[in-house]
Write a protein that binds this ligand. Structure first.
Ligand code: NOJ
Length: 592
């Protein structure tokens, strides 16, 4: 089914003018049988009239539907659901039967303009995959790739948040959450990635935003959280091609114009390091591109920097200065395994090839870090001076998804054996990494491990103050742009083996995640007390959801969702109470 003929068709589809109502858009496609995206005059021509349903049928196949497909009215949260769990913490050696509570640290507080809330993303929670005119995204296809998702699940229904958003928002409000950060589905708004706008999607997000406001929760928007419209991927390679830049900027313009009167914090793209490293996409399902595998992420990165920066300037011209626009970078704190100079060099290369790849251009120079530049100049065009100017300063605050920390060191064979050696497995970053201290330092893991499905994640909260200061000193303070402080735009924890627990009450007492939030919030308070300008934070995530390749096996929710119950009920976990407690105690309205 996913033959070259089909991709040829998609190439033709995307270049056609579309017409019709949002749910009934039809596209006239013509394509050559020879597999080329350009119809050849000597090849037979196939003419098809495709509507959105045909595109789903051809590219995705059957899609599951939720039990309820009308908007739920929120159920009032009973006061019994708002009783916090018994405490988890006590002084190290309690002397009597009574457990002493840890006193409030009087030298800590969140500044009055500190903002906080919770985050989620469209593909991971919405479901309603084909409903109300949504077009397919690359992730609808990836969930059909054999063995790509560990539990063989899809996100066709996920949390059914597309219909349950009022319930979700009312449950956030009942806990006093200040900000709800969600992403828009690009292929809901523009089913083919470009072309006609689906008014039902605009209406949906308008109502979601208005519901937030009605409940006193600030809505915050990410434009793109990995769900590239499939038609754009199969037409020109998605982020592999600079063709995506005008399409993304137009999508951004539509969103800024539709929602900018009520949304003031915007993120263009989420974690480009991660989604760019998802290239190359699995060959048996997606159109193949001849770009060498190791170069593909950097082609993607180039398009991201252009698309983000142009969208930023379009956004500023529409929204004015009362708004903030940035993008979300990500990665853990990088610690040298030993104090050798080779390990220090490896750490610098790790920063360069991860955070620096996107942060140096936006915050420091308009271009890549030297080590990255050296690599990419072999196959990417240079940014023009005008592009560099547009990229530099295209952010209003430094947004980082900062979950964890890990050690870095030079490869066993030495850095020189790798730098410039395309066949080395660690090329091009040439930084090796481990989660454990060196043998001389005891060989312990850096902190308690999360669920085995998220092996990159450990509770390494002790490193958070140093991490926040590093970001401020490296990208915020030296930046010539308007950047104001550092925000932790995602942090959270996958409770070990939570997905295989069966007793509701056991699932709800999520001890490791709770201690992660407790210690993380203390670390932010400590950083603020030490002078780092931490401006806000968003916990990931407010509900259990579709964790990409881990499906529903690895869970990050501060609310449990019973996915086996067709009504998909939500329950607060202990960690939710711990998170909001930090603001009750140390927030500007905090008590004594
Ligand atoms: C960051 C990503 O933005 C989000 O989609 C993912 O679920 C979390 N990390 C946890 O892995």
């Amino acid at each position: 089914m996913y033959s070259q003929v089909l991709f040829a068709l998609m190439g033709a589809v995307a270049s056609q003018t579309t017409s019709g109502t949002p749910t009934n858009q039809s596209i006239t496609a013509s394509a050559a049988y020879n597999g080329s995206t350009t119809p050849s005059p000597t090849s037979p021509i196939l003419q098809l009239n495709l509507n959105l349903e045909d595109v789903w049928d051809l590219l995705i196949g059957p899609v599951a539907v939720a039990n309820t497909t009308t908007t739920y009215s929120p159920t009032p949260v009973p006061s019994s659901s708002l009783i916090p769990p018994p405490p988890l913490y006590y002084s190290p050696f309690p002397t009597g039967q009574q457990v002493p509570l840890t006193p409030k640290n009087e030298s800590w507080s969140f500044p009055s303009d500190f903002w906080w809330g919770v985050a989620g993303a469209a593909f991971q929670i919405e479901g309603a995959a084909k409903d109300e005119g949504r077009g397919p995204s690359v992730w609808d296809a990836l969930t059909r790739v054999t063995n790509h998702i560990v539990d063989n699940s899809t996100a066709d229904v996920a949390d059914n948040n597309y219909y349950m958003y009022k319930e979700d928002i009312s449950r956030l409000a009942a806990q006093g959450v200040k900000i709800y950060s969600f992403s828009l589905s690009w292929s809901r708004i523009l089913p083919f990635g470009r072309g006609p706008v689906n008014q039902q999607a605009i209406d949906h997000y308008n109502d979601l935003i208005n519901t937030c406001i009605e409940y006193g929760v600030e809505p915050s928007v990410t434009l793109y959280h990995w769900d590239t419209p499939l038609v754009l991927q199969d037409t020109y390679g998605g982020w592999l091609s600079e063709d995506i830049v005008p399409d993304f900027v137009e999508y951004a313009r539509i969103a800024f114009e539709a929602f900018g009167d009520r949304v003031s914090k915007w993120y263009t793209v989420n974690e480009p390091i991660v989604f760019c490293n998802q290239y190359p996409l699995p060959a048996q399902y997606f159109k193949n591109f001849t770009i060498p595998n190791k170069q593909q992420p950097f082609h993607c990165g180039q398009s991201v920097l252009l698309a983000h920066s142009q969208a930023y300037h379009v956004g500023k011209s529409i929204l004015g200065d009362h708004s903030s626009i940035t993008y979300k970078n990500n990665g853990g704190y990088k610690i040298p395994l030993t104090n050798s100079s080779a390990d220090a060099q490896a750490v610098q290369r790790a920063w360069d090839f991860n955070e620096g790849w996107f942060s140096d251009p936006v915050y420091l120079t308009g271009d890549y870090p030297e080590s990255v530049k050296e690599y990419v100049s072999g196959f990417l065009r240079d940014f023009t001076d005008e592009e560099k100017q547009q990229i530099l300063g295209s952010s209003d605050f430094y947004a980082h998804d900062a979950y964890t920390a890990q050690f870095y060191m030079a490869p066993d064979s030495g850095l020189d054996s790798c730098i410039g050696n395309v066949t080395h497995p660690l090329y091009p970053s040439c930084a090796n990494t481990t989660y454990t201290y060196s043998a001389e330092d005891g060989g312990w893991v850096i902190g308690p491990a999360a669920d085995p499905g998220s092996p990159w994640l450990h509770k390494a909260t002790d490193w958070v103050p140093a991490f926040l200061k590093y970001m401020q000193d490296t990208w915020v303070t030296p930046s010539p742009g308007p950047v104001k402080g550092v925000a932790v735009t995602e942090f959270g924890f996958a409770e070990p083996f939570e997905g295989s627990k069966t007793l509701l009450q056991d699932i709800l007492y999520d001890a490791v995640r709770t201690s992660y939030y407790h210690d993380y919030m203390e670390a932010i308070l400590m950083a603020i007390a030490e002078g780092t300008d931490v401006v806000g934070c968003l916990a990931w995530s407010f509900v259990d959801n579709f964790e990409w390749q881990q499906g529903y096996a690895s869970r990050f929710g501060m609310q449990y969702v019973n996915f086996s119950d067709p009504a998909l009920p939500r329950y607060y976990k202990a960690s939710f109470f711990e998170y909001i407690n930090a603001f009750k105690i140390y927030g500007s309205e905090g008590g004594d």
